[in-house]
Design a protein around this ligand. Structure first.
Ligand code: APR
Length: 279
C-alpha cells in the first residue's frame, strides 16, 4: 500500500486534532476474538440474543456472567499489540488526539492510551444490575489458568494464541451487590441498551471538531457507534480506514489501508513522522 500509505502519512502529519476510532479488529492480533470475522468471530460461535441483552441476563445471570468473566480472563492473558502502541504514539505526538473505542478490553490502556472514550463500556467495570453501584472485580485467574506466559517483550508472534472464552469457562453465579444484594452485571453495553450518554456526547463532540478520523478494525455495522466516522466526514475531516476487508465506510474514506492494524498502524506512524523512533 505504497501510495495509500504515503497519502495517509501526509494526512496524519498534517493533523492536529485526530480522532482514532477503534473496533474489535484493533485487538485481533492480541488474540482477542472479534465478533463477526468468519470462524473466529464471537457472534459466529455464540448467540448474542442469549448472552448480550438485558433479557438474557435476567433469564440466566450465571450463563451471562460466566461468559463475560471468561472473556475478561482471556483479555487479561492477552497483550497490547503494535497497533495499540502505534495509537499511543499518535496520542503522544498529538496531545489533542481523542481515542474512541467500541472495545470492552483494556488493551488501549495497557498499550499507552490512559483514557479512551468508551462507547460500549468495559469488561473491567462490573456494576450492580439494580442500583448501578460499581462492583469490585472478582479475584482473578482461576488456578487452572496459571500465571500468564512471561513475554520476552518481543512482538506477539503471528497468529497470537487465541484468548477466546472456552467451553470449560462455564456458567458462574454473579456476585451480589454489597449495597442492595441484586446481581452484579458486566459493565458493557448490551444490544437494546442506550450507550452511556457522556461517552456518546464526548465522541460526537470529538468527531465534530477533529481534522482527521482514523477508523481501525470496525465493521461499522452497529449503531450509533458507526455514525461517528460519518460525523467527521460530514464536517469535512478526511477519514482514513485500516481494515483488511471493505466496510460500509469505504465510500467516505479519503484513504483505505487494506491490512492488519498491528502492521499498518506502525507503518502509518513511520510514514507520518519518519524521523521519530516509534517504541
Ligand atoms: N486489523 C484490523 N482490522 C481487523 C483485523 C486486524 N488484524 N482483523 C479483523 N479486522 C476487522 C474485520 O475485517 C472487521 O471489519 O475488524 C472488524 C471487526 O468487526 P466486528 O467483529 O463487527 O467488531 P466491531 O466492528 O468492533 O463490532 C462493533 O458490535 O457486537 C457489538 O458491542 C459489540 O463493540 C462491538 C460492536
Amino acid at each position: 500500500t505504497g501510495p495509500e500509505l504515503a497519502e495517509a502519512g501526509r494526512l496524519l502529519a498534517a493533523a492536529r486534532r485526530p480522532v482514532v476510532f477503534t473496533g474489535a479488529g484493533m485487538s485481533a492480533e492480541s488474540g482477542v476474538p472479534t465478533f463477526r470475522d468468519a470462524q473466529t468471530g464471537l457472534w459466529q460461535r455464540y448467540d448474542p440474543q442469549e448472552l448480550a441483552t438485558p433479557a438474557a441476563f435476567r433469564a440466566d445471570p450465571a450463563l451471562v456472567w460466566g461468559w463475560y468473566e471468561a472473556r475478561r480472563r482471556g483479555v487479561r492473558r492477552a497483550e497490547p499489540n503494535p497497533g495499540h502502541r502505534a495509537v499511543a504514539a499518535i496520542a503522544a505526538r498529538l496531545p489533542d488526539t481523542v481515542v474512541i473505542t467500541q472495545n470492552v478490553d483494556d488493551l488501549h490502556e495497557r498499550g499507552g492510551v490512559p483514557a479512551p472514550v468508551r462507547l460500549h463500556g468495559s469488561l473491567f467495570a462490573p456494576r450492580c444490575s439494580a442500583c448501578a453501584r460499581p462492583a469490585p472485580l472478582p479475584s482473578d485467574l482461576p488456578p487452572s489458568a496459571g500465571p500468564p506466559e512471561p513475554h520476552d517483550g518481543a512482538e506477539p508472534h503471528d497468529g497470537a494464541e487465541s484468548h477466546a472464552p472456552e467451553a470449560h469457562d462455564g456458567p458462574l453465579d454473579p456476585p451480589a451487590c454489597a449495597d442492595c444484594g441484586a446481581p452484579v452485571r458486566p459493565g458493557v453495553v448490551w444490544f437494546g441498551e442506550a450507550l452511556p450518554s457522556a461517552a456518546l456526547d464526548a465522541a460526537v463532540e470529538a468527531a465534530s471538531s477533529c481534522d482527521l478520523l482514523l477508523t481501525v478494525g470496525t465493521s461499522a455495522l452497529v449503531h450509533p457507534a458507526a455514525e461517528i466516522p460519518l460525523v467527521a466526514a460530514r464536517l469535512g475531516a478526511p477519514v482514513v480506514q485500516v481494515n483488511p476487508v471493505p466496510t460500509p465506510l469505504d465510500a467516505i474514506c479519503a484513504v483505505n489501508l487494506r491490512g492488519p492494524a498491528g502492521e499498518v498502524l506502525p507503518a502509518l506512524v513511520r510514514a507520518a513522522w519518519p524521523d521519530d523512533a516509534v517504541g
